[in-house]
Design a protein around this ligand. Structure first.
Ligand SMILES: [Zn+2]
Length: 304
């Protein structure tokens, strides 16, 4: 597992190279208040904190970004969500694991605060295969959630397994490919990996929703029960201060900038019209709330 840890470290540098003073010194674990969704309840779990430097955003010059954000870094979290239904326990994404120990990797202790053990988790729904969403699937070379089937969007799996895709990726991001494959190999060895086609129902009351762009197979999950809904949007957006008012702004890490932008514009328009709340991976914890129309763009109303 030395190699995997080395790669995790590498990926950390590649994806989240931020100054050391950009986030709290010690990572904090936290389990938020449970949010009811029909017969289900959803508990936000904090994996850690981070900040995105404004220089990572595309679509406006730095002065304009600074005027919007008010600081050269824009704060966010790594949020994981626990879905509870009867005795069933599911997670949406799995956090960083050992990827950035100085600031993240708190999922297990946040889960304990929600009175849940790793063995209680029966399924994990993965939005995409970036390290900050799958690093926590493996601990010491073994599945960190020994009973959990891990549901991965098939187009996402195909992309990261493709040698051609690896060769075509910018050199700085090619190191992510062996990391992803290392995690998938551990799951496959224990027969825990389940691929699905976006659009399919992945669990009772939970449909997957194609939200491609940030990565080629990036996928959301719509939980619906008794006329209540919650859409888990993964990395549909990264910066609350920028991308609600300007959803056309993209992130350097979006694999397909144009598609990421179109997916965000389309999804914001739809959820604002339907008033479907979202649960997002990188909005400040707990990351759940409503997207409301505001002028030419939108604003976020965090759930109380
Ligand atoms: Zn992410």
């Amino acid at each position: 597992m030395k190699t995997l840890h080395h790669l995790l470290g590498l990926l950390c540098v590649v994806f989240f190279a931020v100054p050391a003073d950009a986030a709290p010194a010690a990572p904090q674990s936290e389990a938020g208040k449970a949010v009811p969704v029909g017969d289900f309840s959803v508990v936000p779990l904090l994996d850690g904190a981070h900040s995105f430097p404004l220089s990572l955003f595309r679509g406006a010059d730095q002065a304009a970004l600074l005027a919007m954000a008010g600081a050269p870094q824009t704060p966010g979290s790594f949020n994981v969500f626990l879905i509870e239904h009867g005795t069933e326990r599911l997670l949406v994404d799995a956090g960083n694991g050992a990827l950035r120990p100085e600031r993240t990797g708190q999922l297990r202790s946040s889960l304990a605060k929600a009175k849940t053990a790793p063995e209680d988790i029966g399924a994990i729904l993965i939005t995409h295969l970036h390290g900050d969403h799958i690093g926590g699937l493996v601990a010491d070379g073994k599945p960190a959630f020994p009973r959990a089937r891990v549901y991965v969007p098939r187009p996402e799996y195909d992309y990261w397994m493709s040698e051609e895709a690896r060769r075509q990726a910018p050199e700085s991001r090619q190191g992510a490919f062996p990391l992803v494959r290392g995690v998938l190999r551990v799951l496959e060895q224990d027969k825990l990996l389940a691929l699905f086609t976006p659009g399919e129902t992945v669990a009772p009351n939970i449909a997957s929703v194609a939200l491609f762009g940030h990565t080629p197979g990036h996928t959301g999950f719509l939980l619906a029960s008794n006329k209540q809904k919650l859409l888990f949007v993964g990395d549909l957006l990264h910066a609350a201060a920028l991308q609600f008012s300007r959803p056309d702004l993209t992130l350097e890490f979006d694999t397909d900038q144009m598609m990421a932008k179109e997916t965000r514009l389309r999804t914001f328009a739809q959820i604002a019209a339907e008033q479907t709340p979202i649960a997002a991976a990188h909005l400040p914890f707990p990351g759940i709330g409503l997207v409301r129309s505001a002028g030419d763009g939108y604003r976020f109303e965090a759930l109380e």
